[in-house]
Design a protein around this ligand. Structure first.
Ligand SMILES: CSC[C@H]1O[C@@H](n2cnc3c(O)ncnc32)[C@H](O)[C@@H]1O
Ligand SMILES: [Zn+2]
Length: 438
């Protein structure tokens, strides 16, 4: 059998995430046509793929590209615009008025470019995005070489983007049609939240999700106020209403899921739904601590999200991994809760599975896209290194990411983005800083 690979990426440690939790020392990942063809010992790889170009990472851990299961990428342009407020004051008094004034296709294109650059620099190769002008967002992700699931966003109030649920859905679905078949850009249905979407619109979304086989990406049970208001308005808790409407299913990505009763955890498990856990945003908006230990104990899949840069204020999954682990331990009183390998799996494979992409991303496995992230563990602050998985979650940060590939294409080399110069991105940020600052 003749085997070819155009690229071998050889690393001190290859951490494939599945199957099992192995740490492979001095291994190589062979890549052909954007996909992984083999994971094997380095010496064997050099013989078997003699013609391949080799990229050597002597002191690095090579991990699957991280999957950001919830973000609003273009909100990077509103980073630090409104801090230290709880969710509804933050939205109603600061963010929604600013969005009403500034959001446009160029805003979304530029904000998404900036966010995608930040995410790639931090080892995030795929994100699940929910924002206005999905077509502009898709174009930005494509331009910079990132993989993204873009939301067909729906909210029941008018914005510069659309004036009715019908128009949001029509425009979002038209964008999806336009990007169909793209190897890196996919779509999800993205109703904003139970308090901003009507029963009729949720019913339409259920039908569309079934017809088009799309995930449903939805903020849910983020605050105690959301739950009590839901009871006041609809006579039942939001998740009960969503279950009645058919929204709760295996394709649901419920974002935040902070305030859950035991029966609601059981309900999510029963339907095979996923949760996008966003620890920084939940802490910064004082929303609460999501019951991740209880969710995972019942078998609910949990991925990690950054939320937008206006409520975090970083798009950094290394921080989210560390916080997820520490919050699980302190809130359960159990230091063994969410060990490092489990958290790394949440930030990779579990996010991929939640997006319906388990066969194409999330682990370093033959047949999957070569979405990879190299983390330098040779620095002063990462010494000594007895266990690279421990370091990835508890010690290293996004500043240790040196090289990133998406579909076998290098997008970050020696910490430099290859598709866009930093100077161009900084100039874009300056323009919007001036506009939003006035
Ligand atoms: C309809 S586009 C997305 C919409 O969501 C707003 N948003 C950002 N972060 C949060 C959050 O944590 N909970 C609820 N809504 C959020 C964003 O500003 C857009 O208006
Ligand atoms: Zn959000």
């Amino acid at each position: 059998m003749s085997e070819t690979a155009e690229l071998l990426i050889s690393a001190r440690w290859v951490i494939p995430v599945e199957p099992g939790d192995p740490v492979l020392e001095h291994h190589s990942v062979a890549v052909q046509n954007g996909r992984i063809v083999a994971v094997l010992p380095r010496d064997e790889a050099r013989l078997r793929f003699a013609g391949a170009k080799e990229h050597t990472l002597e002191q690095h851990a090579l991990i699957p590209g991280l999957v950001n299961l919830h973000t609003h990428a273009a909100m990077s342009l509103m980073r630090g615009l409104a801090d230290d407020l709880p969710l509804m004051q933050w939205l109603e008094q600061a963010i929604w008025p600013a969005e009403g004034k500034h959001v446009s296709a160029p805003f979304v294109r530029d904000g998404t470019l900036l966010a995608a650059a930040e995410m790639l620099r931090g080892g995030i190769t795929t994100c699940n995005d929910m924002y206005f002008y999905p077509d502009a967002a898709a174009a930005a992700f494509d331009q910079i070489g990132m993989r993204a699931v873009v939301g067909v966003t729906t909210i029941e109030f008018p914005t510069p983007y659309a004036s009715s649920a019908d128009e949001y859905l029509r425009k979002g679905l038209a964008a999806r049609d336009q990007w169909r078949g793209h190897p890196r850009i996919g779509f999800a249905l993205a109703p904003h939240a139970p308090y901003t979407v009507t029963d009729d619109t949720f019913s339409r979304i259920v039908n569309l999700a079934n017809e088009l086989d799309l995930p449903i990406h939805l903020h849910v049970h983020e605050t105690a106020h959301e739950v009590s208001e839901g009871v006041h308005q609809h006579g039942m808790r939001p998740l009960a209403r969503l279950e009645k409407l058919g929204i709760v299913g295996a394709n649901l990505i419920g974002v935040h899921a902070v305030h859950l009763a035991d029966e609601e955890i059981a309900m999510l498990a029963h339907y095979g739904a996923s949760v996008a856990h966003c620890p920084s945003s939940n802490m910064k908006l004082a929303s609460g601590i999501a019951p991740i230990t209880a969710l995972t104990a019942r078998g609910v899949r949990v991925g990690l999200g950054t939320d937008g840069a206006a409520s975090n204020n970083r798009l950094d999954l290394f921080t989210e991994m560390r916080e997820a682990a520490l919050l699980a331990k302190v809130s359960s009183g159990d230091a063994s809760a969410l060990p490092a390998a489990r958290v790394l799996r949440m930030a990779t494979m579990d996010g991929a599975t939640a997006l319906g992409m388990a066969d194409s991303i999330g682990s370093i496995s033959p047949g999957k896209y070569a979405d990879l992230c190299a983390v330098d563990l040779s620095t002063i602050e990462t010494q000594p290194c007895f266990n690279p998985v421990s370091h990835l979650v508890y010690c290293a940060g996004r500043e240790h990411v040196t090289d990133v590939w998406v579909g076998g294409e290098a997008v970050l080399k020696h910490k430099q983005l290859l598709q866009k110069p930093n100077s161009e991105l900084l100039a874009i940020a300056r323009v919007w800083q001036n506009k939003l600052g006035n």
